[in-house]
Design a protein around this ligand. Structure first.
Ligand code: MG
Length: 380
């Protein structure tokens, strides 16, 4: 079945308030979705990471003309050929987020064509549900450390009351230009959450590469007192030697990967022991094709793949299909920050059931987009 049309679909929604991590304030949510239509009218959906404009231009100007007329059934060949074509066209810069969105849409379309969930085509469904951890505990727009601490503790308690058995909070305030706090306050956030939720809740922490090498080691040693499950992105993603040294130097396992792409982006750091958990994002690491390959690479080095998830309902659905097929004991990163596009775009929103999230077994990536909501969110 030939691919007939490829569209970039920009969507955006302002939030009522704003919240911060080590990198920035977040006051809106915006995504570039990808819609691929086959000759019989079947539609596949995908999502690209990052700012909309660049993804949109690559998809509309380059990928769409290239992809039209190709066969839906050749997903992995298309992925590899497109990767090659994009690298040749853009030279040293590979627009990997655009490729990721297209790859996800093709798996969605292929699954729908065959009437099976994408996970069945990605190695098979190993599980019907996946344990979820609540990502959140960003920093509110308040003017004292005590108020930040109170907010994140209250949020953590709320997640546990909602059923979550696992949480991840944000640290790295020292890096944010508007937060006059240091790494000691970061550790205090983790201590306060641990004290509030007790010892039975799995607690991980994420610095969004805020620290220099020495500070990361200080923080890592301090986190060991609070049974932290993993310490995510302690330092800049490009510093692979630092990841290797740090993971050996501290007791808390180091995690990372949301800024790395393709098998090649993970190969060295996984092989050298730089991370104990590998975290590709389906919207930025090369789609479902690359995520499956990265998970296999990680498994070969005894490293658990724990995909990074921080997108709309489309990214969440695609990530669940990846998680169904990932070996070992993966968890879903279930973003709980305010996001109407994540919550409202799908006809059947993903929800927690106990401490886990059921994995849809509908064809493709299993998400049905509400056309009225999509029209409301469209930003073009
Ligand atoms: Mg992260």
């Amino acid at each position: 079945m030939e691919i007939e049309d490829v569209e970039a679909v920009p969507i955006r929604r302002e939030l009522d308030g704003r919240f911060a991590n080590a990198q920035k304030w977040i006051g809106s949510r915006e995504y570039c979705l990808v819609r691929v239509t086959a000759a019989d009218g079947t539609v596949g959906w995908g999502e690209c990471w990052g700012p909309v404009a660049g993804n949109r231009e690559v998809i509309e100007e380059y990928v769409a003309p290239w992809l039209r007329g190709r066969e839906v059934e050749g997903v992995e060949q298309v992925h590899d050929d497109l990767r090659f074509a994009l690298r040749s066209s853009y030279h040293s810069y590979l627009p990997v987020s655009a490729l990721s969105g297209v790859d996800i849409a093709l798996w969605d379309l292929y699954g729908k064509r065959l009437g099976v969930p994408a996970a069945e085509l990605l190695g098979g469904r190993r599980r019907e549900a996946v344990p979820a951890y609540a990502t959140g505990h960003f920093w509110p727009d308040v003017d004292s450390f005590e108020a930040v601490r109170e907010s994140v503790v209250e949020e953590a308690v709320g997640h546990v009351e909602a059923g979550f058995g696992a949480l991840k909070n944000k640290i790295g305030m020292t890096r944010h230009p508007e937060f006059p706090y240091g790494w000691e306050e970061d550790v205090e956030l983790v201590r306060a959450i641990r004290e509030a939720v007790g010892d039975d809740v799995l607690l991980a922490t994420d610095a969004n590469h805020a620290y220099d090498r020495a500070t990361a080691e200080r923080v890592g040693h301090a986190l060991a007192d609070f049974d932290v499950h993993f310490f995510e992105e302690p330092i800049e993603p490009r510093r692979l030697d630092g990841y290797v040294d740090l993971n050996a130097a501290i007791e808390v396992p180091v995690a990372g990967g949301e800024c790395w792409a393709f098998e090649g982006g993970f190969e060295e750091v996984v092989r050298r022991g730089g991370v104990a958990y590998a975290q590709p994002d389906v919207t930025s690491a090369g789609g479902l094709t690359a995520t499956r390959r990265i998970a296999a690479l990680a498994a070969a080095h005894n490293v658990q793949c724990l995909p990074h998830v921080f997108g709309s309902a489309v990214a969440l659905a695609a990530s669940l299909q990846a998680l169904a097929a990932i070996p070992g004991d993966p968890m879903l990163e279930f973003d709980r920050t305010p996001n109407p596009i994540r919550d409202e775009l799908a006809v059947d929103p993903v929800e927690l059931d106990g401490t886990s999230v059921p994995i849809p077994d509908r064809p493709g990536i299993g998400v049905e987009i509400d056309p009225d909501v999509l029209a409301e969110f469209r930003a073009d």
